[in-house]
Design a protein around this ligand. Structure first.
Ligand code: 13P
Length: 345
């Protein structure tokens, strides 16, 4: 195993106060977001959008690693530089999403399992050749009246562990992402219980498959009430539920935890990350960072709208969100100064 290389990459990803940027939307997801804003859904527009992101001045001050999609890692920036190399030049480690998406799980209505293990060894070798130093695989867990089932949690945990072992064999750091979705009316406590069972099962499988904990990152959901829940909880309760859950399930050998944003507003994602780093400073064995897509990109996408004249303003918005989350890693995010109208918590 490439132990030293894996450990060095993980350390670089979570060092200091930087975090990760997920820019690995699959083509259908990216197109859906473009369509909402009237942006043409073509390979060249997707390339132009990712070009806008990667060429944002000083992005590397806040972002340590960026996750690309298969299409993007094969494309070049407008200046003719392959995206992975453009990221390296900006002091950002290139990564790539390697799963093939969540599909219906047979025998388990309303539940999904993530596919993509077949042929993964060969694809990882190809991605490594293109410059990827870390990878991502997202599993999806849905909360409902009778779900998640053990069958769903175990199938996804097993796939995550097989993926992680294959990545480490290739010298690529696996980001292990079991996402418990926010959709639903469930309480904070129910999300905590489901997240706890999921993480417990995931780390059991990682152990069974011989995954080096020091050479991986965890990308979990925050423990949150359902989007349609009557009680939305405050940032301190969310911080206690989330970190309390991780302290019981995530081994201290894991160097870092980098949250997904999951559909929270940009401001709330920063407020909650900040609350956790503030309240639990010095009491967590892992770095507590971010690996947001929507919570960093959305304001910039809404400004960009596919127009070259909007690139500079969009890049400013992108940098701002990245910088806010960098402050949240230190517990120094000032929500009131950032967006007074959007900071009820
Ligand atoms: P969001 O931050 O938009 O949830 O995306 C993170 C991610 O990479 C999902 O796989």
């Amino acid at each position: 195993m490439h132990t030293q290389r894996l450990v060095d990459t993980v350390k670089a990803l979570v060092a200091g106060d930087r975090g990760l940027l997920a820019m690995d939307e699959s083509t259908p997801t990216c197109d859906r977001r473009f369509a909402k804003l009237g942006i043409p859904q073509t390979p060249d527009m997707r390339r132009a959008y990712r070009d806008m992101i990667v060429t944002t001045p000083r992005l590397g001050d806040c972002i340590s690693g960026a996750i690309l999609y298969d299409e993007t890692i094969r494309q070049e920036t407008k200046a003719g530089v392959p995206f992975a190399q453009a990221l390296e030049k900006a002091n950002i480690i290139p990564g790539v999403k390697v799963d093939a998406g969540a599909k219906p799980l047979a025998g388990h209505p309303d539940e999904q399992v993530t596919e993509g293990l077949d042929g993964l060894r060969d694809r990882l070798a190809e991605y490594a050749g293109m410059g990827a130093r870390f990878a991502k695989w997202r599993a999806v867990i849905t909360i409902g009246a009778e779900i998640p089932s053990r069958g769903c949690i175990e199938a996804n945990a097993h796939a995550l562990a097989r993926y992680a072992a294959l990545c480490q064999e290739a010298g690529i750091v696996p980001i292990v992402e079991p996402e418990v979705l926010m959709d639903g009316e469930h309480t904070l406590e129910r999300c905590r219980a489901v997240t706890e069972e999921t993480l417990h099962t995931v780390f059991d499988e990682l152990h069974t498959q011989g995954v080096l904990l020091e050479g991986m990152l965890l990308k979990p959901n925050m423990v949150l009430p359902g989007l349609a829940a009557a009680d939305q909880s405050n940032a301190d309760d969310i911080a206690s539920a989330t970190i309390g859950c991780f302290l019981r399930t995530v081994p201290a050998a894991v160097p870092g935890i980098a949250f997904l944003s999951g559909g929270q507003s940009s401001e709330l994602a920063s407020i909650r990350l900040n609350a956790m780093n503030l309240a639990f400073k010095g009491r967590m064995p892992w770095a507590l960072a971010f690996s947001f897509a929507r919570a960093i990109q959305q304001p910039a996408l809404e400004i960009w709208r596919g127009q070259a004249v909007n690139v500079v303003a969009a890049q400013k918005a992108l940098f701002h969100r990245a910088d806010c989350n960098r402050a949240a890693r230190r517990g120094e995010y000032d929500a009131a100064a950032d967006a007074p109208a959007a900071a009820p918590h």
